[in-house]
Structure formats: structure tokens, C-alpha cells
Design a protein. Structure first.
Length: 403
């Protein structure tokens, strides 16, 4: 329990964090990596370069300060971060290092405004918050299925579209795989020739759980020389069947509620379809009477991955409706419902906009913002909206405010 004076001091810093939060977290990461370069083996370098990690941490620090007197209210956010931490291999011994450098960054950015009382209060508060994370992550590690990263054999490599390739992965030790929740992801740790550090990326599992192998379907990003493309290009161009990849156990708090019987709407853009295909296949297998609307947006037929797989599932059921939207269809493309983009008017015509439907979506940031805004303006209850957003979730709310 925090002392009342500590709570008051932390609360008093909320306006400052709102203004200087990202400056503090940017300085924090600079200090952290200067003193502990080995941690570059854990963090996503592309997210660092784009400022995503700094923004996400700033949002988390701000939320903790604003809710310091009722930390239980941010437990859902903490769990989402803890899933990432567990999948990356963050351990209890990392927290003192983070705390030390966070306090130094606060002092460095705020200067004399960061009084001894403020630093002392944040040190006490950080200790409490760190204990919450450590406790939640301890349980996640215990239930993970295996510790840290485990070697998997690439048993199949399948080209799904002009930009997406699937990798079928079986554990090298032949042990049965733990059943994951449809929508979850695994972390893949790569040693790439010429790179000083290992690189870790999260990829959603794109098949239904309960198989002898895991499947990830990876989009080839811009280029091997870019931080974004380094791992995906290596996977596409250099990894072969028979090679070994190291995976952490499945994680993530974006997954299908299989206890619900509500109509489920699955919406995806580009490679964002991977967790939703897992959900689709799971519902079709385990809840065959449940109504599903599956909507996918792609640039054209050449970039549209897993189309035949989705259609095969839909054709075998009277309860699945599919819609495909192509931004710029090619000559010869067929089977799509709309040209251009998914928009509010079109969704209003085709969706079961009612309280007893649940909506799951994932895709590029502009797609996510458009879908989120459309659902909000169509008065879909917030508790029925579920998404995987690769960036600070508050950005979706900001987009809503702008509109």
C-alpha cells in the first residue's frame, strides 16, 4: 500500500507527464541501452526507431500516475503489457534496472522541477507497480507451456500471396503443443547474419489451435536493410524447410471469446487477417451454429492471402458470410464485394449492428482507425469491440476525438 502523501505527489505529476511523457521515455531508453546494451536483444528496434515503444511506455506511465490510488482499474492494460513481456522473456531481475533508469530520465528531463520528494514518491510507486507486473508475469510463465524460447522445425513453407508466406512449425523435441487461444501470437527470435543483436518479432498464429504444428503467415515488409523488413525479408528469402526457428509460447490478450454464442464479426486488412482466420476456423469447428460475418480488405487479388482457405470454410457452412474489399482490383480479379475501402455506409448495410454481436478487427493503423471510428459512430457498444492494435491504443481514441 502506498502512503497517502505518495499518492498525492504522484497525482500532482499527471499534468507534467501529459506534456513531457514521451520526452521522458525517449531519454529513458537512451540511458537504458547505453548502460545495458544486452537489452537490445529483447526490444523491437523498429518500434524504437518509430517512437512506438516510447509512446506506449509514456501512455502506461501516465495511466499508472492517473490511477495510482486505484491501480486495480488498469489491470487489463497491465495484463496486455505483461503478455508482451512474457513472450519477450522479460524477467523480475529486469525491473530494478528499468526503475533506476526511469527515475534518472525523469530527473534529467524535468531538471529542478523533479524535486527529491517527487523522485522519492515515484521510486516508491514504481516498486509497487513493478510488483504487480512481476506477480502477473510469474503466473503467465508458470502457465506458458515452456520457458523462454524453444526450437521449432520449419516443416512447410507455403506462398499464400505476392507478399505473404506461411510457415508451419513443429517442436524439435516432438512434444505435444499447448492449446492456444485463437487470436494469440508467438514471438520468433532470430539470429541474422551481420547483425550484432538478436531480433524478436511477434506473429499471430494463423491456424486453429489443437494441431501438431503452429502456423504463422508473415508479410514481407519493405526491405532487408530496414528495421521493419529485416526479419520478415530474412524469413521469406533465407529460411527454408528443415531450418530451425526459436519460438516463445503463445501469448496475447486479443482472442476470441468461445464462451459466447453471439454473432461474431471478423474484420481484417492486409496481413491483419492472420488472427481472424484462426478465429474463423475455431468457430467453424467448435461452434458450428454460431453466425459469422468475415470481412477482409486487400489491395487486390494478388495480395489477398488465404482466400481459398476462407472460402472453403464458408462454403461448408450455412452460418458464415464473407465479404472481400479490393482497393485496386486487377483485371481478372473476381469474388470481391466492393472496390475501394471499407466505409461506414457500407458497414451499416451489411453488418448486424445490434447489441448481441461481437466485433473483432486487426490490420494496418489507418484501417484500424477507420474501423474503430465507424463502429463507434454506428453506436456499437464499446464492450463488444475487440482489436489488436500495433501501437498505443489511445491513438484510436484520439482519432475518434478528431473526427
Amino acid at each position: 500500500m502506498l502512503q497517502q502523501r505518495t499518492i498525492e505527489v504522484i497525482k500532482s505529476t499527471v499534468p507534467v507527464l501529459q506534456v513531457h511523457g514521451e520526452a521522458i521515455t525517449s531519454r529513458f531508453y537512451e540511458m537504458l541501452f547505453q548502460k545495458h546494451p544486452e537489452l537490445l536483444n529483447i526490444f523491437n528496434h523498429a518500434n524504437q526507431k518509430k517512437g512506438r515503444q516510447q509512446a506506449a511506455l509514456a501512455n502506461a506511465v501516465y495511466a499508472a500516475a492517473a490511477n495510482i490510488d486505484k491501480l486495480e482499474s488498469i489491470i487489463p492494460v497491465v495484463k496486455g503489457i505483461a503478455h508482451k513481456h512474457r513472450s519477450l522473456g522479460v524477467k523480475p531481475e529486469h525491473y530494478p534496472v528499468v526503475g533506476e533508469n526511469l527515475l534518472l530520465a525523469i530527473k534529467d528531463v524535468l531538471g529542478d522541477a523533479a524535486t527529491d520528494e517527487i523522485i522519492k514518491a515515484w521510486a516508491e510507486a514504481y516498486g509497487v507497480i513493478a510488483d504487480v507486473f512481476i506477480g502477473i508475469e510469474r503466473t503467465m510463465y508458470e502457465n506458458a507451456g515452456w520457458e523462454d524460447f524453444k526450437p521449432f522445425v520449419v516443416t512447410r513453407k507455403v506462398i499464400e500471396s505476392s507478399v505473404i508466406t506461411s510457415f508451419y512449425l513443429e517442436p524439435q523435441d516432438k512434444m505435444p503443443l499447448p492449446k492456444y487461444k485463437p487470436g494469440q501470437y508467438v514471438s520468433v527470435k532470430m539470429d541474422i547474419e551481420g547483425q550484432e543483436n538478436t531480433h524478436i518479432r511477434q506473429y499471430s498464429l494463423s491456424d486453429a489451435p489443437g494441431k501438431r504444428s503452429y502456423r504463422i503467415s508473415v508479410k514481407k515488409e519493405s526491405g532487408r536493410d530496414t528495421l521493419d523488413g529485416m526479419v520478415s525479408v530474412y524469413l521469406h528469402d533465407s529460411v527454408k524447410e528443415g531450418d530451425i526457428l526459436h519460438l516463445s509460447a503463445p501469448a496475447g490478450d486479443f482472442y476470441l471469446n468461445t464462451d459466447s454464442e453471439k454473432h461474431v464479426v471478423l474484420m481484417s486488412g492486409g496481413v491483419g487477417l492472420t488472427p481472424l482466420v484462426s478465429m474463423l476456423k475455431t468457430v467453424a469447428s467448435e461452434q458450428p451454429e454460431r453466425e459469422i460475418t468475415f470481412i477482409h480488405a486487400a489491395i487486390n487479388g494478388q495480395t489477398h492471402a488465404l482466400k481459398n482457405e476462407v472460402l472453403e470454410i464458408a462454403e461448408a457452412s450455412d452460418h458464415i458470410t464473407t465479404h472481400f474489399v479490393y482497393e485496386s482490383p486487377l483485371d481478372g480479379d473476381h469474388g470481391y464485394s466492393k472496390t475501394g475501402y471499407i466505409d461506414q455506409a457500407w458497414l451499416k448495410d451489411i453488418l448486424p449492428l445490434k447489441d448481441d454481436a461481437e466485433y473483432y478487427f486487426c490490420g494496418p493503423i489507418p484501417f484500424m482507425k477507420a474501423i474503430y471510428t465507424a463502429l463507434q459512430e454506428l453506436n456499437v457498444p464499446k464492450e463488444n469491440i475487440h482489436f489488436e492494435f500495433f501501437g498505443p491504443a489511445s491513438d484510436l481514441e484520439k482519432e475518434r476525438i478528431k473526427s
